[in-house]
Design a protein around this ligand. Structure first.
Ligand SMILES: Nc1nc2c(c(=O)[nH]1)N[C@H]1C(S)=C(S)[C@@H](COP(=O)(O)OP(=O)(O)OC[C@H]3O[C@@H](n4cnc5c(=O)[nH]c(N)nc54)[C@H](O)[C@@H]3O)O[C@H]1N2
Ligand SMILES: Nc1nc2c(c(=O)[nH]1)N[C@H]1C(S)=C(S)[C@@H](COP(=O)(O)OP(=O)(O)OC[C@H]3O[C@@H](n4cnc5c(=O)[nH]c(N)nc54)[C@H](O)[C@@H]3O)O[C@H]1N2
Ligand code: SF4
Ligand SMILES: [Mo]
Length: 897
């Protein structure tokens, strides 16, 4: 394991305040140095208004992700290490050559909502102002593009109206397509706390699956996938019929009600029996939801990927916004349509204009005066004049050979884009693929011609904006290792090489931030053309004040010098006539329909303890204990009819690709629907990239793909054996003949789940792994089909362990074996325990539920048997759930069994 170097600071023992690099909640983190700066512990920053000192399980584990294992430490060209100068020159020459030969539109940047605002700003400036194309898009296209268009249609600007405080102040919280318990845990805990304090609050979860978030719900509407717009149209019609509209607000501050209502009535009608049936929910539940909505003016609708990732995601978000406008529930304490962003700086990307259909600083290409204004501000020699290609279109153009050079920064599209195999093919055929990443080996870096080593979280400095518009500082507390540099630095070096030295001569992120501030304020004073994104109040921010900048929600201007938490209190929107627009919505079904060949609907999403393509979270063994393999969640009746039991391997195919996963029975799914996680990659699993199954159908307005809805068939993949292999050799890879594998990094070893259709054959294994030699200990039972092999090193410590069995418990009950890799030499008893496959000295705690305190289900069940019948008692007895609280829904589920 590599060590991290401490950055020089005046007081080395003081914690460094920064922002969590994971989700859009944007929690403040205080990194506390330990052992004189050898290591760091992440603590919640009590002064941050997002989390007030709390962190979820991922945030609390940040200190364990700082090692240098797997980092990309030097630039590479075609696999060969080169100097920084050579790399910058190669990128600049490559881009310039393509521009000269094929024009600027043959170049593209594919960037990320995890870049810092300063990185994002210079990337956008370089391509739109200096290369002369708007072919810059971001993984935020896969994430919140629909929410952006929804807000713009309704408010005339991409302006998130709410503040987190509204979640606590609401009398009714409607979670639509959000599994906040796992994806936005600290907000979920704030909602849970508020409900404990005011039990009369109601929470409704609208999600086809019963998720951990349903733990908080008074009502769960397991709607048919894709019927959200119909449901909200029905709600609008119901509210009108029962006189719950806010006539004054509608007349004073909106337009479009008549058409929107008419369309709602025509599509959803007033027949609740019929509507309930169309949405696949119980009529009494539907009526209950409508009734609560009608009578609880403080309503927040909290929506996320179940709404956005759809071919009609924009319409779904407007269907939600419509009911808020029609009831005047916006701009008021505890009320509003609140799109929750996923990535730590998805919002910052929207601010700088990092999407292909944005210009910069909340200006767009459809305003010629805005293009001219930005060109003047940047002194841009070659200003892009129109929208560029959105993510899916961009990779199609790469595949067709029209885009000849692509620079990918801070995202892993070979894993996360729909039709991911097509994306890989496109990159493999592309003339020039430049990838900036901090990790050496990802599915996307494998396709790169030029690799640029990026500084990582903890090493870079800048700002991010969270879901409620708070701009917070990310601060460096470690030095970047090797030749790694911040993303903004690489972009500016390349820009300078390309001949744009003057415009990219920044020395610090502060200088970039101040230019971003200036652009937001530039000619932003007209009554008609006033732009919502306005940081003019920061115009004279000193460098020292930037260093100490405390979280502040934009806009920051003369009127709101300390930022504005809630927008639209005055009922004035950013449209030409200052009125918000209700949009008539015609509900659409998802593009793919189940058929006899592909009878199941595949839904995809997140696990509690993993982040995206796992490049950071897989560095923390305890985060891999909650789920160490991707699983196909399946209704027990479906599993039965397919002949699959818990833990069996299933092959899941769409017309585009295949994955293999063990089955997890989940009665919280509706029959015919299955769910799989997005996290596993080609680095961690042989066939685990779920996006290789997802077609690239997109929303016509936002270009966002329908990542939550594919149709698949499922078959038993009958393994002749299942095996667990532990090895100290971190470079070990299974040979190609092994049909199934998943890699699980552990503290002192790597564990592999292995399986194959051919029976296990030791001779074959040995010929594929000659370096291991003869096992030092072995026990085989041919009748049971089990075998255990142990390889020892010269000191009698473990080199490798292989357990073979006809089937392996899904919950990896053998984690005690991983612990034995800590030992320099094994005792006699430990050798026996390995051969018997039974832990003698370490307790088998079962599947880990509480990652913070490593409490497994066996320990919890034992505590329950001794009378612990509440979460609190379980916590007192076992500590489970008493740190970050992320596992409380699972503790409750266990108690309810
Ligand atoms: N642990 C963890 N947290 C994360 C992330 C992570 O990787 N790991 N990623 C972050 C990012 S970038 C994002 S964007 C957010 C995403 O946060 P969420 O959107 O909350 O998470 P998802 O699991 O993608 O999807 C949410 C839910 O949408 C439901 N859904 C599917 N189809 C429909 C439908 O037709 N209608 C409705 N109403 N619901 C539907 C799914 O069943 C799922 O439970 O999470 C952020 N937080
Ligand atoms: N089927 C399906 N697909 C989905 C989704 C879904 O719900 N279902 N969700 C979509 C959503 S909402 C999102 S946001 C995407 C996320 O998908 P991605 O953005 O592709 O996933 P990440 O793993 O976050 O990729 C970030 C990459 O940046 C690298 N990195 C980390 N720090 C730095 C840095 O400082 N600089 C640079 N240059 N690189 C760095 C990491 O090592 C990693 O390789 O997935 C999308 N795909
Ligand atoms: S809730 Fe999100 S931002 Fe907060 S600690 Fe957890 S992952 Fe980080
Ligand atoms: Mo996202």
């Amino acid at each position: 394991m590599g060590r991290t170097a401490i950055a020089s600071r005046p007081n080395e023992l003081a914690p460094v305040k920064t922002t969590c690099p994971y989700c859009g909640v944007g929690c403040g983190v205080a990194m506390q140095p330990k052992s004189g700066g050898e290591s760091w512990q992440a603590l919640g920053d009590a002064s941050h208004p997002a989390n007030f000192g709390k962190l979820c399980v991922k945030g609390s584990a940040l200190g364990e992700t700082l090692d240098l294992t797997g980092r990309l430490l030097e630039p590479k060209i075609n696999g060969q290490a080169v100097s920084v100068e050579q790399a910058c020159q190669a990128v600049a020459e490559g881009l310039s050559r393509v521009i000269e030969q094929h024009g600027p539109d043959a170049v593209a940047f594919y960037v990320s909502g995890q870049l810092l605002t300063e990185d994002y700003y210079v990337a956008n400036k370089l391509i739109k102002g200096f290369i002369g194309t708007a072919n810059i898009d971001t993984n935020s296209r896969l994430c919140m593009a629909s929410a952006v268009v929804g807000y713009k249609r309704a408010f005339g600007a991409d302006a998130v109206p709410c503040s987190y405080e509204d979640l606590e102040q609401a009398d009714l919280l409607v979670l639509v397509g959000s599994n906040a318990a796992w994806a936005h845990p600290i907000l979920y805990q704030r909602m849970a706390q508020a409900k404990r304090e005011q039990p009369d609050k109601k929470v409704v979860v609208i999600d086809p699956r019963r998720t951990a978030s349903c733990d908080l719900a008074d009502l769960h509407l397991a709607i048919k996938p894709g019927t959200d717009a119909l449901l909200f149209n029905g709600l609008l019609a119901y509210l009108a019929k029962h006189n719950h509209l806010d006539a004054e607000f509608i007349i004073e501050h909106t337009e479009g009600l008549v058409l929107a209502l008419d369309q709602a009535e025509q599509t959803a009608g007033h027949d609740l029996t019929q509507l309930a049936q169309s949405c696949g929910v119980d009529e009494a539940d539907l009526t209950q939801f409508f009734d609560w909505f009608a009578n609880r003016p403080r309503t927040v609708s909290f929506y996320s990927q179940g709404v956005n990732q759809s071919t009609s995601g924009v319409d779904k978000s407007n269907a939600i916004i419509n009911v808020h406008l029609a009831t005047g529930r916006i701009g008021k304490l505890g009320a509003g349509p609140f799109s929750i962003t996923g990535q730590p700086n998805a919002m910052g990307g929207r601010e700088v204009g990092g999407l292909a259909n944005q210009l910069a600083a909340h200006m767009d290409f459809h305003q010629p005066e805005a293009i001219e204004r930005v060109a003047r501000f940047w002194r841009a020699p070659k200003m892009a004049q129109q929208n560029g290609l959105k993510a899916v279109e961009m990779f199609e153009a790469v595949h067709r050979g029209e885009i000849k050079a692509i620079w990918i920064m801070h995202t892993n599209p070979v894993v996360s884009m729909p039709d991911a195999d097509f994306v890989r093919e496109a990159l493999q055929a592309c003339e020039l693929v430049i990838v900036s990443d901090n990790m050496a080996d990802t599915d996307t870096t494998r396709c790169a011609n030029i690799l640029l080593p990026a500084a990582s979280w903890g090493e870079k400095d800048g700002t991010v904006t969270n879901s409620d518009r708070h701009i917070s500082r990310q601060r460096a507390f470690c030095k970047a290792p090797g030749l790694a540099q911040a993303d903004w630095w690489w972009i500016c070096q390349v820009a300078q090489e390309m001949g744009f030295a003057e415009a990219f001569n920044y020395q610090t992120p502060y200088q970039i931030f101040m230019e971003h501030v200036a652009l937001s304020a530039f000619e932003n004073d007209g009554v008609i053309s006033r732009r919502d994104f306005d940081l003019s109040g920061l115009f004279s921010l000193s460098e020292q004040a930037y260093q100490q900048f405390a979280p502040t929600p934009w806009p920051v201007n003369a009127q709101h010098p300390h930022g504005q938490a809630r927008l639209f209190a005055d009922g004035q929107f950013f449209t030409a006539n200052r009125r918000a627009k209700l949009i008539p919505i015609t509900p659409q079904s998802p593009k793919e329909k189940p058929s006899p060949d592909y009878p199941f609907v595949l839904n995809t999403g997140r696990y509690r303890d993993q982040w995206h393509s796992m490049t950071r979270t897989a560095k923390t063994p305890r985060l891999l204990q909650h789920r160490d393999e991707p699983r196909l969640s399946l209704h027990p009746d479906d599993a039965k009819s397919l002949g699959l039991a818990q833990g069996d391997l299933a092959k899941v195919s769409s017309r585009l690709g295949q994955v293999m996963m063990p089955v997890e029975l989940d009665a919280g799914l509706v029959k015919g629907q299955v769910f799989a996680p997005i996290h596993w990659t080609g680095v961690y699993a042989k066939h685990g990239r779920i996006d290789s199954l997802i077609p690239s159908h997109t929303d016509p307005l936002s270009g966002q793909p329908e990542s939550k809805h594919a149709v698949v068939n499922i078959q038993v993949w009958s393994a002749a054996y299942r095996a667990g292999f532990w090895t100290k050799d971190t470079a070990w890879q299974p040979d190609d003949s092994i049909g199934y594998w998943v890699k699980v990094p552990k503290a002192n070893a790597v564990f592999w789940h292995l399986a194959d259709k051919k029976a296990f054959d030791l001779a074959h294994w040995q010929s594929a792994n000659p370096q291991l030699g003869e096992p030092d200990l072995r026990l085989e039972d041919s009748a049971l089909g089990t075998a255990r092999f142990v390889w020892l090193d010269a000191q009698g410590g473990l080199k490798a362990v292989l357990f073979v069995a006809p089937s392996v418990d899904l919950q990896a009950p053998y984690d005690w074996v991983s612990g034995l890799f800590d030992q320099l030499s094994l005792s006699q008893n430990e050798r026996y325990s390995l051969l018997s496959g039974m832990a003698i000295e370490q307790e088998d705690v079962g599947a880990i539920i509480c990652s913070c305190f490593q409490v497994g289900d066996k320990t919890l069940r034992a505590a329950m048997a001794q009378g612990c019948d509440t979460v609190q008692k379980l916590g007192e007895k076992t500590c489970a759930g008493t740190n970050c609280g992320s596992c409380i829904p699972e503790l409750k589920a266990l108690l309810a069994l």
